[in-house]
Design a protein around this ligand. Structure first.
Ligand code: C2E
Ligand code: MG
Ligand code: MG
Ligand code: MG
Length: 284
């Protein structure tokens, strides 16, 4: 009876399991092919200095130009890239592309222009040796390491701290800058911000979307900004979608803003054009 039951169970679950595994295996091999066939792209979302309205930074965001399904967002393939280990290679590629783009953008605008790159926890698990390769690459480009901001999550800081390797992160990126992504959504303590020598906080879009005059969202944003500034950390608000949110954040002293209201993620070429316009001398 047990055998019978076991077989039934097998029959019952197998189609679903096979299906799921099949889809995942397919995605893994497709992604591998995509990398080989140069189907990955990077879009850059402008980050604006709220005081001046000028584009002063940009975040590199990976895309997959799928031959059949069109332009895919990271949500469709980053998880698979991570669990298959491909994120290491993809992450290296994104970093190098972004660094080259930073070089172009700085030539057009100012040497202070920065490009940020997202780095997931999985990219820290390979003993961190790619850190030196990244620095070497920047040196090859003669690009100052502080041209690059590495975006990490609160959870990564927590993990790093609990592994007692909290020096690793700060050391690894000592010459590049660190930005804490989606701040307020995780469980990061204020002490960590100081300990990891964080340069930027990115306010989670959840708080930005709740911004109304006199509301809780505003209180939270103001508190984050005040705390960050006390610690010598600059603040970037993410997911700005309305003129009202922009006005409130600017009045609250937020340093930088990013969101669809200001610009969607665009190609490197498009960003270069925008910066050319922004930096064109005005004779009248
Ligand atoms: P993230 O780093 O928090 O990036 C911000 C996300 O918010 C981007 O989604 C961006 O397109 C989107 N966004 C920007 N402004 C607005 C807005 O006003 N409204 C709304 N609703 N969304 C906005 P995207 O490009 O789909 O990226 C999703 C996530 O994928 C990123 O979140 C990041 O965690 C991850 N990711 C992207 N590129 C890379 C990469 O090269 N490596 C790694 N490891 N992760 C990446
Ligand atoms: Mg980010
Ligand atoms: Mg630093
Ligand atoms: Mg974010």
């Amino acid at each position: 009876a047990a055998k019978q039951q076991g077989r039934n169970r097998f029959n019952y679950f197998a189609p679903f399991m096979q299906e799921a595994t099949h889809v995942r295996m397919n995605l893994v091999s497709e992604l591998r092919e995509a990398v080989a066939r140069d189907q990955l792209r990077i879009l850059y979302q402008p980050i604006i200095a709220l005081a001046s309205g000028a584009i002063v930074k940009a975040e590199a965001l990976v895309r997959w130009q799928h031959p059949v399904r069109g332009l895919l967002n990271p949500a469709e393939f980053i998880t698979v890239a991570e669990s298959s280990g491909m994120i290491i290679g993809i992450g290296d590629w994104v970093f190098r592309q972004a660094a080259r783009e930073a070089q172009k953008l700085q030539a057009i605008s100012t040497p202070a222009f920065q490009v940020s790159v997202n780095k997931s926890a999985w990219q820290f698990r390979d003993d961190g040796s790619n850190y030196q390769e990244w620095l070497d690459f920047l040196q090859e480009l003669q690009l100052n390491p502080n041209s690059i901001i590495i975006e990490v999550t609160e959870n990564l800081l927590l993990e790093t701290a609990s592994n007692n390797s909290d020096r690793t992160l700060a050391f690894q990126h000592a010459h590049m800058q660190i930005s804490l992504d989606d701040f307020g959504s995780g469980h990061c303590s204020i002490a960590f911000l100081k300990r990891f020598d964080v340069d930027y906080l990115k306010i989670d879009p959840v708080f930005v979307s709740n911004l109304i005059e006199g509301g809780d969202g505003l209180l939270i944003c103001e508190a984050i900004i005040a705390m960050a500034h006390k610690l010598g950390i600059k603040v970037i608000a993410e997911g700005i979608e309305t003129p009202q949110q922009l006005a409130i954040l600017t009045a609250a002293g937020c340093d930088f803003g990013q969101g669809y209201l200001l610009s969607k993620p665009i190609s490197g070429e498009e960003l270069e054009k925008q910066l050319q316009k922004q930096c064109a001398p005005v004779y009248k």
